[in-house]
Design a protein around this ligand. Structure first.
Ligand code: 3H9
Length: 714
């Protein structure tokens, strides 16, 4: 007998089949368990529990998934008093004597899996994915996940007193990894996998009605050596590991305390985390990534063009790296280069990269073979006439790039997109060499292209909306974080980098050493300091870029130029700001460089002084922030969160600080402006570079943040 009772305006659909009440979460796009949905679920649950004709309750989800978990938006401010959350839903389930089954179709993440774990049984469809990814948001599972998952997995994996299961639970939560249906069934998270999860759940509910299999009643043990090892494997609390350490504490509490006290402990730890800087940074970045593909002011509903094949001009390190990015995404790609030695080096680079991945167990040998074969080397433009997109990755000189663009325009089919991998140069000037400026765009990959996540998509003055939308869709397909940038020298990332490097060099002239500056920036959380980075990228590369840069309105440091003149290009020559012994990557201090810097200070009449690490960090980071503000105001970046993603994914800014603009917001823009003014007041610093950017000054005055500023690009 089928009775249907639907409430269209509601976020929960209730339906009864043969005494089984099915509650379907229906809150697009991802059925996030926000306060309104939770209140409605509780109302429906209470009605079902009170109904003596209902023998069991099944939870399901609409919109192609069970649920994406708690509504992350609600973690950005304290909840209003009395609002309901997923913990209240689970408490209602836990109190009831009825039988509960979760029917998981698609994703059940975070609070959604925690709800499923509170049920007696869990059934997944073939496309089910379950996980507790809270750690990726700087949180821990806060609705019983740290208490129920180790209990369940310990019971389902009883070898070694259930310790293997506890280890699985810890690993899964500490990595934030989700598991597919087969894996979840193998681990014991799912009781069954079936084609139709809801139908199977209803069947199971009918046969199991009246029985209980509550995970909360299981017990488990965890060894102190196991948690000690886990603490040792995650980063220190102050370096992004706060949530991980608290998560391990919560699991330990689960084994030591009665269930209800363990829950209370987990809740306390969650509440501490959710207000912490790292969690707020991670939540900011979660939404920043979801904003990425959104381009304001497009003319209508513009669709991306299909990209079926690609070509790269130049078989150097960058060109072959880009080719591998396409091969990894399954897009056939040709590399064009006329220099046979370069081609051989490129071929060898690709082969050795894929072989290395096979050796490390990252890809299978047949995948490596297919990818290697997916890259063809060709010698002339005629061979790439039919490709849909071409990326030039030749020498960073406008003259050379213009010649390449003119040749590509003649050779390629109409409509093909011509892209440049330039890291600084003017896209419009390259477009002017073609008959198709609308199909010209910058695609600035970061080295090594096959590893680094960032892709700056540079919009020239004539770049068409269709080209731009195609480029952002392509970025997604290539599994890159594609940030749209306006066409300014250095775009977003390098334009800000020049200010950062400028300040680091001024600090050298005033009394610091490269080792001290790099150490201070590493303590702040960067994987390497500005001088280690210069040595890695090449002092020659920076020097040549500086020749093409617009003239700065203030003096520039000449230290790097002195090193360049001595042939000290960095790691590739074994010496730069540092010395690299026997091809090692570890920088060693060079007293000769310190003498060279001291001589520069003398030449400039600067009296060297002791500089504290705090001043180093402040000046380098605040230089980034001030230029970032100008970039937003000039419409080069669409939003401040795009700048944060650029710095995180391209330049190693520590994720737990959320990016330079978010860091400024957290510091308070008023305080940032006050610090800028105090730096400017120091003798010798008043070069005009510390004048607060007008947007920064305005927002500080209004008590605003960069995140809340919704200015539009020009
Ligand atoms: C948690 O559960 C805490 C509990 O332990 C304790 C609580 C007390 N909330 O990614 P997409 C939005 S913490 C709010 O492009 P996909 C997203 O912003 C939570 N919004 O889709 C976007 O909005 P817009 C633990 C969310 O198909 C839209 O949905 N859960 C949430 O590629 C589409 O997103 C997680 O960490 C959310 N939870 O991937 C899971 N999730 O259209 C986070 C998504 O306005 N979510 N949105 O830009 C995901 O991993 C993916 O979104 C998912 C779908 C796999 C679900």
């Amino acid at each position: 007998m089928l009775q249907t009772e639907t409430r269209p305006a509601s976020l929960v659909r209730a339906e009864t089949r043969d005494g089984i009440r099915i509650l379907t979460l229906d809150s697009p796009p991802v059925n996030a368990l926000g306060s309104r949905l939770c209140a409605e679920v509780i109302r429906e649950l209470e009605a079902a529990i009170a109904d003596s004709a209902v023998t069991a309750i099944v939870f399901a989800g609409a919109n192609g998934l069970f649920s994406g978990g708690a509504d992350v938006n609600e973690f950005q401010a304290p909840p209003p008093p009395g609002s309901k959350n997923i913990r209240d839903v689970i408490a209602t389930v836990e109190k009831s004597d009825k039988t509960f089954v979760a029917a998981i179709d698609g994703n059940a993440l975070g609070g959604a899996l925690e709800l499923a774990l509170a049920c007696d049984y869990r059934v997944g469809s073939n496309n089910a994915r379950v996980g507790l990814p809270e750690i990726l948001l700087g949180l821990l599972p806060g609705a019983g996940g740290t208490q129920r998952l180790p209990r369940l997995l310990s019971a389902r994996n009883p070898m070694n007193n259930g310790l293997a299961g506890v280890q699985m639970a810890l690993d899964m939560m500490l990595k934030g990894e989700s598991k597919n249906a087969t894996q979840a069934k193998g681990m014991g998270i799912l009781d069954d996998v079936a084609l139709g999860a809801v139908e199977r759940a209803v069947e199971l509910a009918k046969t199991k009605a009246g029985t209980k299999a509550r995970v909360s009643r299981f017990t488990f043990i965890v060894l102190p050596s196991m948690t000690a090892m886990a603490h040792g494997m995650v980063p220190p609390e102050e370096r992004g590991g706060l949530a991980a350490h608290k998560l391990i504490d919560a699991v330990e509490a689960a084994s030591e305390m009665e269930f209800k006290y363990g829950l209370a402990h987990e809740r306390r730890l969650f509440e501490e985390l959710v207000r912490s800087g790292p969690a707020q940074a991670a939540i900011h970045l979660f939404f920043a990534e979801r904003e990425l593909g959104k381009i304001p002011n497009l003319a209508g509903d513009v669709k991306p063009k299909e990209i079926k094949s690609a070509a790269v001009v130049g078989a150097g390190t960058m060109g072959t790296g880009i080719a591998m990015v396409f091969a990894n995404a399954g897009i056939p790609v040709s590399v064009i280069d006329v220099n046979p030695e370069q081609v051989e080096r490129g071929r060898a680079n690709i082969a050795s990269t894929y072989e290395g991945q096979v050796k490390k167990g990252r890809i299978a040998a047949d995948v490596a073979k297919a990818r290697t074969e997916g890259v063809k080397f060709v010698g002339d433009y005629a061979a790439i006439a039919d490709v849909d997109v071409v990326i030039e990755a030749v020498f960073e000189s406008m003259k050379v790039k213009k010649e390449v663009f003119a040749a590509l325009d003649k050779a390629l089919k109409p409509g093909a997109i011509l892209a440049s991998n330039t890291s600084t140069l003017d896209i419009d000037e390259m477009a002017s060499m073609t008959s198709r400026p609308g199909q010209v765009v910058g695609l600035h990959f970061f080295a090594p292209a096959n590893i680094m996540q960032l892709l700056e998509i540079v919009r020239g003055k004539s770049t068409s909306d269709e080209t731009l939308v195609t480029a952002t869709a392509l970025a997604k397909r290539l599994r890159k974080k594609g940030v749209v940038s306006g066409n300014a020298f250095g775009f977003i990332g390098n334009r800000m980098l020049f200010d950062y490097i400028r300040e680091a060099n001024f600090l050298l002239e005033e009394g610091a050493t490269p080792m001290q500056i790099d150490g201070a920036m590493k303590d702040f959380g960067f994987p390497m300091g500005p001088f280690g980075m210069s040595d890695l990228s090449g002092i020659d590369v920076f020097y040549k870029i500086s020749l093409e840069a617009p003239k700065a309105p203030y003096r520039t440091s000449e230290i790097a130029a002195r090193l360049y003149e001595q042939g000290r290009y960095g790691q590739k020559t074994g010496k730069g700001f540092f010395i690299y012994e026997d091809g090692k990557r570890e920088p060693v201090e060079d007293p000769g460089v310190n003498d060279l810097i001291a001589a520069e200070s003398k030449r400039l009449g600067i009296k060297r002084r002791r500089i504290k690490d705090e001043e180093i960090v402040e000046r380098c980071i605040y230089a980034l922030i001030n230029e970032g503000a100008r970039i937003i105001e000039d419409g080069i970046a669409q939003r401040s969160s795009d700048i944060d993603l650029v710095y995180l994914n391209g330049y190693g800014f520590p994720a737990y600080r959320g990016g330079p603009m978010f860091f400024a917001d957290q510091t308070g823009l008023h305080d940032v402006v006050r610090t800028l003014k105090s730096i400017a007041a120091q003798p010798g610093s008043d070069l005009g570079v510390w004048t607060p950017a007008p947007l920064l000054a305005r927002l500080a005055h209004q008590g605003q943040t960069f995140s809340a500023f919704k200015g539009q690009p020009k």
